[in-house]
Design a protein around this ligand. Structure first.
Ligand code: AMP
Ligand code: ZN
Length: 113
């Protein structure tokens, strides 16, 4: 997707503070952090949202979750806790239409809101 911001970060056309890379995903610091730890885990392959994910993507989606959890443990928020969030479309407030998982931690968070 030539006009997708996160595809451009994946390809290196747009800079980001990358904290993890593997064959399936990259992770970088959110530009407007909502918590002391706020990292985005992004599949290398373009999928606009969770609505495009089928059973074919179940391994990829699991990979994002376990990779983010390992990052949390390795970066000192495993015990205190963290949240993983995937926003889908308007009511969830999705603003970048390349699937991504937010990892948030380092402060107490309200239950839902
Ligand atoms: P969402 O609202 O779930 O679509 O999340 C999009 C996230 O991308 C927001 O938290 C933004 O702060 C973040 N974001 C937007 N542009 C950039 C960028 N260039 N580098 C890093 N994070 C970004
Ligand atoms: Zn994309």
């Amino acid at each position: 997707m030539s006009d997708c911001l996160f595809c451009k970060i994946v390809s290196g056309q747009v800079p980001a503070k990358i904290v993890h890379q593997d064959d399936q995903c990259i992770a970088f610091l959110d530009i407007a952090p909502q918590a002391p730890t706020h990292v985005l885990f992004v599949p290398r392959r373009h999928l606009a949202s969770l609505n495009e994910a089928t059973v074919e993507e179940k391994e990829l989606l699991g990979h994002l979750m376990v990779t983010a959890s390992k990052y949390a443990r390795d970066n000192g928020i495993g015990e205190t806790g963290y949240r993983q969030v995937v926003n889908c479309n308007r009511d969830a407030g999705q603003t970048v239409f390349h699937l991504h998982l937010h990892l948030l931690g380092g402060r107490p968070m309200g239950h839902f809101g």
